[in-house]
Design a protein around this ligand. Structure first.
Ligand code: NDP
Length: 307
């Protein structure tokens, strides 16, 4: 039994060294090196190349090295009997929360406007919003969404969420039926949904039009949630006051994309939150040990739900 690490960002050998430091008795391979394919039972992946998992006839578990698993579920080489796990990392959730809170205050206090104004040496004052002026709606109340919602609530924001099931500590709207009410009462919308067949393209014209005029959108989940042209049209028409986007349909964002330089759309290069090795390594080793003993895995994803 052995582990293979498959990543396209050139960091597989770095991860191999980190894992080996913590456990000398496990065979770990970087997918770029020569290795016996039939011994591999666990693959650690992050945006792996298409077709790369086909090589492993005895694969039992594919472990995402991040919180999302959409890229694994989209891989037709991963059969239904292969377990899929992901990273659950309190530091990742905290980083995400801090990032989104920064986006919220930047919007409330007009910081992007002043950034542009400074370049033109202009001195115009804008009216700013306060916490009491907005209701924050969080789409997805999982590991990341619920941490953010609780942090915002503790700061004194009015917060509500949308999920598949009710949460005790946060006012929750559930499913399609309660969605219109949720959207109609949300002035800052944050997407922290997993990318599934139900949530792909969910942030479209019909959906976003249900937000009140002047609402602001923050997408920090996946580019596949957003129909970019619909958002652009709604910002340009004035229905939405703007957006802060960390994820895109195509990354890096193509040079000629209309989001670049748009005065009401802030762009960051998919950096809202990054899993830390100190969280990933113990979870991977724990799951590898469970796999060898035939025990239930931690942080296993429900393939039928898609998250
Ligand atoms: P979780 O799987 O823990 O939570 C998902 C939440 O979404 C749950 O509350 C779930 O409801 C809800 N949900 C799922 N499908 C639906 C649906 N169809 N309708 C309503 N609610 C739904 O995910 P995480 O919080 O860990 O992560 C969310 C996403 O954030 C990840 O999938 C990833 O794509 C993205 N991400 C982005 C990063 C970045 O840097 N930009 C970094 C890390 C993650 P219920 O609770 O009822 O099951």
């Amino acid at each position: 039994m052995a582990i293979v690490i498959i990543r396209q960002d050139g960091k597989a050998s770095q991860w191999k060294a980190l894992l080996e430091k913590k456990s000398q008795d496990i065979l770990i391979y970087d997918f770029g090196e020569e290795h016996p394919k039939e011994t591999i039972t666990m693959a650690l992946v992050w945006q792996h190349p298409k077709g790369s998992l086909k090589a492993y006839p005895n694969l039992k578990c594919v472990a995402s090295m991040g919180a999302g698993v959409d890229f694994i579920l989209a891989d037709s080489d991963v059969s239904k009997n292969i377990m899929i796990t992901r990273v659950v990392d309190p530091m990742l959730a905290n980083d995400m929360s801090e990032f989104v809170i920064a986006c919220i205050f930047s919007y409330l206090k007009n910081l992007p406007f002043y950034g542009q104004q400074e370049l033109q040496q202009r001195w115009t004052r804008m009216k700013y919003l306060r916490k009491k002026d907005v209701t924050i709606g969080v789409l997805g109340l999982g590991e990341l969404g619920s941490t953010l919602a609780m942090d915002l609530q503790n700061m004194g924001f009015q917060v509500q969420g949308w999920a598949n099931s009710k949460k005790e500590a946060i006012q929750t709207f559930v499913g399609e039926k309660e969605l219109p009410q949720f959207l109609a009462s949300t002035s800052i919308l944050i997407c922290l949904l997993p990318l599934t067949k139900e949530t792909k393209n969910i942030l479209n014209k019909e959906f976003l039009s249900k937000l009140p005029k002047g609402a602001f959108v923050i997408n920090v989940a996946r580019g596949g949630h957003l129909v970019e042209k619909d958002l652009l049209d709604l910002v340009n028409s004035g229905h939405l006051s703007g957006a802060s986007l960390d994820v895109f349909t195509e990354e890096p964002l193509p040079k000629d994309h209309p989001f670049w330089g748009h005065p009401k759309i802030q762009i960051t290069p998919h950096i809202a939150s990054v899993s830390s090795p100190s969280s990933i390594v113990p979870q991977i080793l724990e799951n590898y040990s469970r796999l060898t003993k035939g025990q239930p895995m931690i942080n296993e994803v429900s393939v039928s739900k898609g998250y």
